[in-house]
Design a protein around this ligand. Structure first.
Ligand code: 5GP
Length: 188
């Protein structure tokens, strides 16, 4: 039975919003809290939104083999700590990873049984509008993320499940269906 769910896709596509909705519908799911070297945004809490690490701490943990996957994204490092996954997997608790595409590839290689879902925007123009609209990144950072997104969108065919996030309610219903089917349940 599938117990690890990887939700990937470009920044700004709505992965976080979809995952919040998914977890309301499927309360047995737990979210893996990633580590990152980027600075917290206003309102983000250490240990809740991310484990915010210094560059030295992150690199040291890479050397110690503490990450299941890690990647550089837009000039910062992000990674999934083994400690977020191992106990849950042992106990059969289903866990959700929200990660970018390079990390998803590493998880695919290390855990081929993990279920991977690529969230796609209706268009690159729509992604730009959303990245600007959410107001978390300045113009330079938005352009940087859009540049990365082009390459990420080209990776779509690698994924068995692709959900286009055009209308949020429809995308959430589709994502819930995929997850419920993998958990052997009917979507709530
Ligand atoms: P943000 O800075 O917007 O929080 O995240 C930037 C990108 O890094 C997003 O696409 C996000 O999904 C991804 N990301 C977050 N955590 C991880 C992680 O643990 N590993 C990888 N590979 N990517 C991550």
């Amino acid at each position: 039975m599938a117990r690890v769910f990887v939700i990937t896709g470009p920044s700004g596509v709505g992965k976080g919003t979809l995952i919040r909705g998914l977890m309301e519908r499927q309360p047995s799911l737990e979210l893996s809290v990633s580590a990152t070297t980027r600075d917290p945004r206003p309102g983000e809490r250490d240990g809740v939104d991310y484990h915010f690490l210094t560059r030295e701490d992150f690199d040291c943990r890479v050397r110690e083999g503490e990450f299941v996957e890690h990647a550089d994204y837009a000039g910062r490092s992000y990674g999934t700590l083994r400690s977020e996954l191992e106990q849950r997997v042992r106990e059969g608790v289903p866990v959700v990873l929200e990660i970018e595409v390079q990390g998803a590839r590493q998880v695919r290689a290390a855990m081929p049984e993990a279920v991977q879902v690529f969230i796609a925007p209706p268009s690159l123009a729509a992604l730009r509008t959303r990245l600007i609209g959410r107001g978390t990144d300045d113009a330079t950072e938005v352009e940087r993320r859009l540049g990365v997104a082009e390459g990420e969108l080209a990776a779509q065919p690698e994924f068995r499940h692709v959900v286009v996030n055009d209308r949020l309610d429809e995308a959430l219903a589709r994502l819930s269906e995929i997850v419920a089917a993998e958990l052997g349940e009917v979507a709530p």
